[in-house]
Design a protein around this ligand. Sequence first.
Ligand code: PTT
Ligand code: SF4
Length: 610
Amino acid sequence: MFGWTGVFLQVDLSRNKAVAESYDTLLALNYIGGRGFAAKILWDKLNPGIDPLSPENKLVFAAGPLTGLGVPNSGKLVVAAKSPLTGGYGDGNMGTFAAIQMRKAGYDAVIIEGKAETPVVLHIKDKVAEFIDAKDIWGLNTFETEAQLKILYGRTAGVVSIGPAGENLVKFAMVMSQEGRAGGRAGMGAVMGSKNLKAVVFEGYNEIPVAYPKDMKELSAAGYREVLTKPSYSFWKRQGTMSTVEWCQENSALPAFNFREGVFEKANKIGGFTMEKIKVSNRGCPNCNMTCGNVVKDSDRKESEIDYENVVMLGSNIGLGNLRQVAVLNRVADELGLDTISLGSAIGFAIETSQKKRIPEKLDWGKYKETKELIKDIAYRRGFGDVLAEGVKAAAAKIGHGSADWAMHVKGLEVSAYDCHAAPAMALSYATSSVGAHHKEAWVIAWEVKFGRGSYDEEKINKVIEMQRLRGGVFESLVVCRFPNTSLDFEIEWYTKYLRAATGRDLPFNALIYAADKTLNLIRAFWIREYGNSWTREMEIPPMRWFKEPLTEGPMKGAMLDLVKFDGMLKKYYKKRGWDERGIPRKTTLQKLGLPDVAKELEKHVKLSE
Ligand code: PTT
Ligand code: SF4
């Protein structure tokens, strides 16, 4: 094979065993890589109903056919497993040298099962996998862990690790790399912790086989040059995703006070232009000349890399309007290995619950020091932090007193940083995303604001599906960053050219979309197999707050979603996907996508519609 290495490494931590296995070309052509591989592996190899934090779960690190080849923005890696937060499919996409080193070591994916008896680091160097005692570094934060491991294995080693949050099985613990790259919102760090796996170190010294090396070299250089010519490039380098703060404020989409409002009076204090005044440098993923990580000096005089999502979830959503302080909270979350989105949601939920006097804890909006302590309590599962460490869905179930109404999640994953009181399409995107309420698939809100916010029209459903296929399917399977395309208009045709040079095959865009559909339906099947007959459409209805409590300020004052219209939109969406009214893929849909075996297996768990 060219482009793909054609090999997966299967690691069993219970037996200290690692076996390289070749896989079939058809698998590569059908699923492309990354999320496609992860979904297929988890579907084939996991028994339904297993405890996500048990040794049976499998943690998959999966790359794509362009990873490690010098293609613009291709230094990314998918990390996936059955999620302890949602009970369904979970994954994330992180930028890391580990992606490149894994491929140079000869693997398209590493699949880790079992549980080490005591903490270990998995060191993969070409054909050799070693299990190194990690007792001395267990307890270190992710920055310290990576620094220690780089002393041992060198600056060029690729390291992914967990911090105390992953060790303590916090349900929204992330896998971290390079002091600011984070992947696996749905608790991939907790899965790693449950396996006593502190870190994976990758070192690779082989050439990745490429069909047309000269073409690849020329195309890569041309791609990087093209990115530099894009009109939005220089502003992107200045602000990255941070300009979204001001945009959301202008358009009432900023999460404020646990998504109660869509505007925040101190938004400009945590926005892109304020950020520019305290910015010290840019950081980013390997193989990237867009480097969108904004490094700022925080209130502790340390460096923190900030993005839009982190800043608003730990800023406006908890009522905090001081960017240097927000940056500290963000860095602490990175060090401890907590997902900033779920964390900001959990804190917002806790403050609101306290303000409504449903818990004895006294918490208030915008309290920097107290919040910093609460973050540590969550990571170490101390006191009330232990309740929040389970995520807002479980916390609300435990607390009761109606608190589920302001627990902002879909299927257990906390909502990303866009308020949807006045954004039905964005709400649909959250409702139907493959991992729970994540914006990564259909970030439709900017389009929706231009299109018209009040409607529940068919165009909106079509747009959500189109974006899910492109972003949740194509980019997640190629495992390249979507930002060149989605933020700078770097044309999609580049990727088919790269694929041809790498693999020697013509994989036109519609073939990638077909593979995307296959993967997205397989992920859907995974959820349904786990939930069986307890799966319902109601599980996909976004939080009730957006339907019951209109915005009280800002340009969209008075707006809220309409439950009947939204439910109708959801049903139409299902129909367009070839799913029945429960949201379960029809037998014929699975068959058309070449997944008849999936239909057969699924029928053991639920009755399928024709
Ligand atoms: C991603 C989610 C996001 S998406 C953000 S900011 W964003 C948060 N970042 C966190 C962080 O940082 N630290 C932390 N402790 N928790 C965090 N949680 C949140 O996690 C990321 C970029 C970004 S920044 C985005 S949108 C794009 N995401 C891509 C994607 O999903 N796929 C793809 N093919 N390309 C993408 N490019 C962009 O990558 P999850 P990264 Mg992340 C500090 O994984 O689980 O999907 O959660 O990878 O290397 O940090 O790059 O405004
Ligand atoms: Fe990473 Fe940002 Fe570059 Fe994408 S644009 S590869 S997220 S640094």
